[in-house]
Ligand binder design. Structure first.
Ligand code: CP3
Length: 354
C-alpha cells in the first residue's frame, strides 16, 4: 500500500467513495446507528424522551457520538428524525413507543396552504447546533452526515399521520386531488432545500435523503410525483456536498431512481450491487446493503455475507451500510463484527493504483 492511501482519513475516504473512486478500503456506517441496540442509548433514553433528545444539542451530540466511540464507524449521522421537519412546517408531532403520530394530518388544500416554509436556523436551531458541535467534537477528519426525508416519504407521514400499511390515505389524496397533492410536495421541496442547506452550512459533509416508502408507488406514479420532487431537492443542494438517496423495496423503480441526480444511491438487500452498478454506470456510487436481520446470525455468517457484498463492487464507489436501519435488540458484538469486517477488507489493487 502506498503512503498516500494509508494516510486517507475517514472524511477523505467517505468523499472519495461518494465520487465513485477506487478505495483501499470502503467506509462503513449503519443507518439508525445511534439507537436502542446500544445500552448507553437505552440508558440515556430512560431519562429523556425521544424528542427531548433530538431537541437538546448536548443530548443529541452525545447519542450521535455513541456509535463512533463504541464501534469506530466511519461516518457520524446527526441524531434527529425525518419528522422533525414536519413539526417545523407546522404539524404537531408525537413520537412515542408506538412510533410516530401526527394528530393533525394534512388532508385538504386548506391544510396544505397552512404549512410553513420555516427558518431552519430558528425553528430547528437545535439540529444545526448539534451538527456544529459534533463536527467540533469529532474533528475535521470525520464526516458528519445531515439528512431529511425525501418529499414523497414525508408526504406519507403528513397525510397518513403515522406508518400505515399500504398508505391508503396518502394514495387516495394523490389520486383524487393531484393538484393539491402537488402543492403539498412543492411546499415540502421548498422547506427541505432550506433545511438541508442549513445542515450543510453547519458542517454536514454529505446529506442523505430517506425515501423509505417510495416502494409503495407504482413506477408511473413514482415518475410523475415522487421523482420530480426529489430531483428538485437534489439539484438545489448537490455540488455543495454529495447527496445520498436511500430507497427501500424499490427494485421496480430503479430505472427512475437512477435519474434522481444523487451522487450515491443507497439500497436495501433486495438489490444486487453489481447488477445495479452495471445498470446505473460508474458515475453513481452505491451504499448498502446488508439485511439488518443478518446481524442476528452467527458471526461467521455475518462475515461471509458482508464480504460477499464487498466483493460485488470491488471497493469502487462503495459505502458499506445496512439495507435499512439497525434493528432494536441487535447484539452489539454483531454490529461490531459487521463494521470491523468492512474496515479490514482491503482492496490492495485499488491502493496500488493510486
Ligand atoms: O440513523 C441514525 O442513527 C440517525 C437517526 C435517525 C432516526 N430516525 C432516529 C430514530 C434517522 C436517520 C431516522 C430517519 C427516519 N425516521 C426514517 C427514515 C429511515 C427509516 O428508518 O426508514 C423514518 C421512516 C422515520 C420515522 C420514525 N421515527 C419511525 C417510523 C419511528 C418508529 C420506529 C422505531 O424504530 O421506533 C421513529 C422513531 C425513531 N427515530 C427512533 C430512533 C432512534 C426510535 C425512538 C426511540 O428511541 O424510542
Amino acid at each position: 500500500m502506498s503512503t498516500t492511501t494509508v494516510s486517507l482519513n475517514r472524511k477523505e475516504l467517505f468523499l472519495r467513495a461518494c465520487h465513485g473512486e477506487a478505495l483501499p478500503r470502503v467506509p462503513v456506517w449503519m443507518m439508525r446507528q445511534a439507537g436502542r441496540y446500544l445500552p448507553e442509548y437505552r440508558e440515556l433514553r430512560a431519562k429523556h424522551a425521544f424528542l427531548e433528545v433530538c431537541k437538546t444539542p448536548d443530548l443529541a451530540v452525545e447519542v450521535s457520538m455513541q456509535p463512533f466511540r463504541r464501534l469506530g464507524v466511519d461516518a457520524i449521522i446527526v441524531f434527529s428524525d425525518i419528522l422533525i421537519q414536519a413539526e417545523a412546517m407546522g404539524l404537531p408531532l408525537e413520537l412515542g413507543d408506538t412510533g410516530p403520530n401526527l394528530p393533525e394530518p394534512v388532508r385538504s388544500l386548506d391544510a396544505v396552504k397552512k404549512l410553513r416554509n420555516f427558518d431552519p436556523e430558528k425553528e430547528t436551531a437545535f439540529l444545526m447546533e448539534a451538527i456544529r458541535r459534533i463536527v467540533r467534537t469529532a474533528g475535521q477528519e470525520v464526516p458528519v452526515l445531515g439528512f431529511a426525508a425525501a418529499p414523497w416519504t414525508l408526504s406519507c407521514y403528513m397525510v397518513e399521520g403515522r406508518t400505515n400499511e399500504g398508505f391508503p390515505t396518502v394514495k387516495s389524496f394523490l389520486y383524487s386531488e393531484p393538484t393539491s397533492f402537488r402543492e403539498l410536495l412543492h411546499r415540502i421541496v421548498q422547506a427541505t432545500i432550506g433545511y438541508l442547506k442549513a445542515q450543510i452550512a453547519a458542517g454536514a459533509a454529505a446529506v442523505q435523503l430517506f425515501d423509505t416508502w417510495c416502494g409503495e408507488l407504482a413506477l408511473p406514479d413514482y415518475w410523475e410525483f415522487a421523482l420530480p420532487a426529489v430531483q428538485e431537492v437534489i439539484s438545489a443542494v448537490r455540488g455543495k456536498v454529495p447527496v445520498i438517496y436511500y430507497t427501500k423495496a424499490s427494485r421496480h423503480l430503479l430505472s427512475a431512481v437512477a435519474e434522481s441526480g444523487a451522487d450515491v444511491l443507497s439500497c436495501d438487500w433486495r438489490v444486487n450491487l453489481a447488477e445495479l452498478h452495471a445498470a446505473v454506470g460508474p458515475k453513481i456510487a452505491l451504499q448498502g446493503n446488508l439485511d439488518p436481520a443478518v446481524l442476528f446470525a452467527p458471526q461467521e455468517y455475518i462475515r461471509e455475507t458482508t464480504r460477499g457484498i464487498l466483493g460485488q463492487l470491488g471497493g469502487v464507489g462503495h459505502i458499506l451500510n445496512l439495507g435499512h436501519g439497525i434493528l432494536p435488540g441487535t447484539p452489539v458484538e454483531n454490529a461490531q463484527t459487521f463494521i470491523t469486517t468492512g474496515q479490514q477488507f482491503s482492496f490492495a489493487e485499488n491502493a496500488e493504483a493510486k
